[in-house]
Design a protein around this ligand. Structure first.
Ligand code: HXC
Length: 257
């Protein structure tokens, strides 16, 4: 394929994107960022893709931003090249995304997982924002998304001490939706993806938009936003199909429009 640091496969209506820099524990250099963003934006425009799964290796989802690449940079280098800003585009994808995390998800790796919509963890997963131990702070949204996910108490402790959380603690704290035995992680992530991809694509996009709005606005505005989308889904062919299938006691066959 056109990419050197990631693998992209299609399985039904699911796209599987695997970070593939095993020698560096999938450290996220600029090439990885550009390839992940480019690949997911192509998949996002493909009507045959209903869900994107992002995963790493058994040992590491991603051990963070590439420290060797960052080490020599100065303020002007970082500012002028707008270091890491392209990662924000992952949060703008309309297609639902699932992070399947096994092993280390540290620093930028934890931030990348938090950029996804659903976060599934293997029992081997380790999460943390250890940037402070390198004399820096999170730079791909970690201080914001971790705090929204687990609250100030844990986020502050993790960001100030650099200590990591195992999968059980991450689940208790609400960072991950579920823990799966490591050997079953990928199969489970693909099964969840196929379930999501089998739903109406526009309705899944709207559900995602509505949940994400909860992080951007007041409750009253969020509820109004939801109500607009709720009314809008009645313009879809899939609403007619979904409700007809229920009445006829058969599984729905969504046309994704
Ligand atoms: C570059 C990395 C890397 C990273 C690991 N490697 N993490 N290279 N950037 N973030 C490389 C190692 O240098 C080594 O390469 C190889 O991967 C294997 O790693 P080891 O350390 O030998 O493995 P192990 O002993 O099993 O330890 C695993 C680990 C450790 C605990 C995950 O690698 C580690 O602490 N990594 C750094 C984690 C971290 O600090 N992440 C946050 C980065 S800052 P060689 O060539 O030596 O064999 C960040 C900032 C975001 O993400 C925004 C800030 C601006």
């Amino acid at each position: 394929g056109p990419y050197e640091t990631i693998l992209v496969e299609r399985k039904g209506r699911t796209a599987l994107l695997t970070l593939n820099r095993p020698k560096a524990l999938n450290a996220l250099n600029l090439q990885v960022m550009n390839e992940v963003v480019a690949a997911t934006e192509v998949l996002d425009r493909d009507p045959d893709v209903g869900c994107i799964v992002l995963t790493g290796s058994e040992k590491a989802f991603a051990a963070g931003a590439d420290i060797k690449e960052m080490r020599p940079q100065g303020y002007m280098d970082m500012y002028l090249s707008d270091w890491f800003t392209a990662w924000d585009r992952l949060a703008q994808l309309r297609t639902p995304t699932i992070a399947a995390v096994s092993g280390y998800a540290l620093g930028g790796g934890c931030e990348l997982a938090m950029l996804c919509d659903i976060l599934l963890a293997a029992d081997s997963a380790v999460f943390g924002q250890p940037e402070i131990k390198l004399g820096v702070i999170p730079g791909i949204g970690g201080s914001q998304r971790l705090t929204r996910a687990v609250g100030k108490a844990k986020a502050m402790e993790l960001c100030l001490t650099g200590r990591t959380m195992d999968a059980a603690e991450a689940e208790r704290a609400g960072l991950v939706s579920r823990i799966v035995p490591a050997g079953e992680l990928l199969a489970e992530a693909l099964a969840v993806a196929e379930t999501v991809a089998g739903m109406s694509a526009p309705v899944a996009m709207m559900a995602k938009e509505a949940v994400n709005r909860a992080f951007e606005t007041t409750l009253a505005e969020g509820v109004r936003f939801e109500r607009r989308l709720f009314h809008a889904v009645f313009a879809t062919a899939d609403q007619k199909e979904g409700m007809a299938a229920f009445a006829e006691k058969r599984p729905p066959e969504f046309t994704h429009r």
